[in-house]
Design a protein. Structure first.
Length: 69
């Protein structure tokens, strides 16, 4: 079960990362609805780095949501 969980999580994170790069506007709309679950995933130490890259933040003086990169 642990291997299955790891495999599925990696695939979903990879998909979300690709979507965020290809379609940032659509990803931001999706993120507004499901951000609470993405932020909750930041707690998991195995995938923390990958999940943090998916988070978006509003930055003062700039329009739209941005990553920490």
């Amino acid at each position: 079960m642990a291997k299955l969980r790891s495999f599925i999580t990696k695939r979903i994170l990879k998909f979300l990362k690709e979507e965020a790069e290809k379609n940032p506007e659509e990803y931001n709309n999706w993120y507004e609805q499901f951000s609470i679950f993405i932020k909750e995933g930041s707690i998991d130490p195995d995938f923390k780095k990958d999940v943090i890259d998916l988070n978006r933040y509003e930055i003062t003086g700039q329009t739209g949501m941005k990553t920490l990169k």
